[in-house]
Design a protein around this ligand. Sequence first.
Ligand SMILES: C[S@@+](CC[C@H](N)C(=O)[O-])C[C@H]1O[C@@H](n2cnc3c(N)ncnc32)[C@H](O)[C@@H]1O
Length: 212
Amino acid sequence: MSHAAIPQPMKESAQNMPSEKNYTEINSATIDRWVAVLDYSESQLASERLVAEREGYDINIIKADMTNPLPFADASFDLIFHPVSNCYIEDVQHVWNECYRILKPGGVLLAGMDNGVNFLFSEWDEDEDDTRALVVDTKLPFNPLRNPAHYQRYASDAEEAIFQFSHTMEEQIGGQLQAGFQLCSLYEDHDNAGRLRHYIPTYVATHAVKPV
Ligand SMILES: C[S@@+](CC[C@H](N)C(=O)[O-])C[C@H]1O[C@@H](n2cnc3c(N)ncnc32)[C@H](O)[C@@H]1O
């Protein structure tokens, strides 16, 4: 078995250091890559561990905050899958720059993103039988750290709240281009719940590459 893609974590994150036992075949397939999942939520990481054990594959489970430098060396990865998650952070350019840094030349970034439209409405996710009109109740961008009215949406539990932020396509797709990526393709998709899905797609998925 060759180990073609073994990212080298930065020295200060010793718990992320790959060991011989990390080199694995996933689901008995002929995949012999070093694979990692990064999140900062303990419960999400516990779910990742549970599924990996259930499905019988090894994966490096890394607790880190994506608003900080990612704990990997330059040019470490062949592929990054970035699911819809940058709605939880204010500065998405940082993440695109970090993805670019840790990908090898020719590496692929697959990203899912919220297009921000759902932040226009405070009640878009009411149940399907709700017949009230959707009423726009704020201007975008939605940013609870900079707009007190947006912070108020979390007022009942602001201490515990996980804030979300709307982002423009300029930040999302323009940001990938600014980081140096080349865009190969994209598609839009509807939510699988909530009334807004009957009106407009609220998600975008992109396929970008780091030029060789
Ligand atoms: C939509 S979930 C995706 C979960 C899972 N990785 C998946 O693909 O199904 C978004 C994830 O982003 C994580 N997240 C939010 N803010 C983060 C941050 N600053 N750094 C790292 N992860 C973060 C949340 O804990 C949450 O698990």
